[in-house]
Design a protein around this ligand. Structure first.
Ligand SMILES: Nc1ncnc2c1ncn2[C@@H]1O[C@H](COP(=O)(O)OP(=O)(O)OP(=O)(O)O)[C@@H](O)[C@H]1O
Ligand SMILES: [Mg+2]
Length: 232
């Protein structure tokens, strides 16, 4: 197993306000698989992704990648790991405000040993004509596409996407999902997509249904529906 999560727990707050957000999560994902994580708002999806992405740490439990436990990695190794092997599309985009679209995507490319072609990617994402605009001059959907570009351009081993189509219309959502699918079949990246959109589970190799900080159900799809054929 490429990505393995064992008995992961995480709480926030102190004393009476303490809430357990992840209550012992176990699952693993094979290399090159697309995993779709579905669950209601507040169920702990972003918290889980942050821990897998190495930007938050669990109270207990283990995340291991290719046999290496993240908790055993020293700060420097973890930083390098995040830079070189991990792409993260944040729910809140996190674009750098004083860099334009192209420069934001270049940030991702600089960090990678095998970046994709930036102009090609911007064309695929439909933001090529906006490439010299700053984030505050973009629509929500254009910002989201830029954030996706910054993560995908690295061609990362693991791509974490938190609501990658949350701000997009039907047509653009399908294009983005198709892009993620194309990158996956071309480069074999391991991908986790967090979403509220039930239809997206059909394009996954593996589906995880999340509720109140635990896994309600987990299964594999025998056959996958191509992103272009999804309907909702
Ligand atoms: N840093 C934090 N401090 C305190 N509470 C937090 C923190 N981060 C998340 N939480 C709480 O943990 C719970 C899970 O949050 P999380 O963001 O993981 O949910 P989610 O499943 O991603 O929801 P959504 O679908 O709305 O994005 C929420 O109740 C949230 O308020
Ligand atoms: Mg979230």
């Amino acid at each position: 197993m490429f990505l393995k999560i064992q008995d992961l727990k995480k709480s926030f707050g102190q004393g009476e306000n303490r809430t357990e957000v992840l209550k012992g999560i176990d699952f693993s994902i094979e290399k090159g698989n697309i995993c779709v994580l579905l669950g209601p708002s507040g169920s702990g999806k972003s918290t889980l992704l942050n821990i897998i992405g190495g930007i938050d740490s669990p109270d207990s439990g283990v995340v291991s990648i290719d046999g290496d436990a993240m908790s055993d990695m020293k700060e420097k190794a973890l930083t390098l790991y995040r830079r070189q092997h991990l792409g993260y599309v944040f729910q809140s985009y996190n674009l750098i405000p004083n860099l334009n679209v192209k420069e934001n995507i270049e940030v991702g490319a600089y960090l990678s040993k095998s970046p994709l072609d930036i102009d090609d990617l911007m064309k695929t994402l439909g933001i090529y004509e906006h490439r010299y605009k700053l984030p505050n001059q973009l629509s929500g959907g254009q910002q989201q596409r830029t954030a996706i570009g910054r993560a995908i351009v690295k061609n990362p081993d693991i791509l974490l996407c938190d609501e990658p189509t949350g701000a997009l219309d039907y047509h653009t959502s399908k294009e983005i999902l198709k892009l993620i699918e194309d990158v996956n079949s071309k480069y074999g990246n391991t991908i986790i997509i967090v979403t509220h959109n039930d239809a997206i589970k059909l394009m996954a190799d593996q589906v995880i249904l999340f509720k109140d900080g635990h896994i309600l159900k987990e299964y594999k799809n025998e056959t996958k529906v191509p992103a272009a054929s999804l309907e909702w």
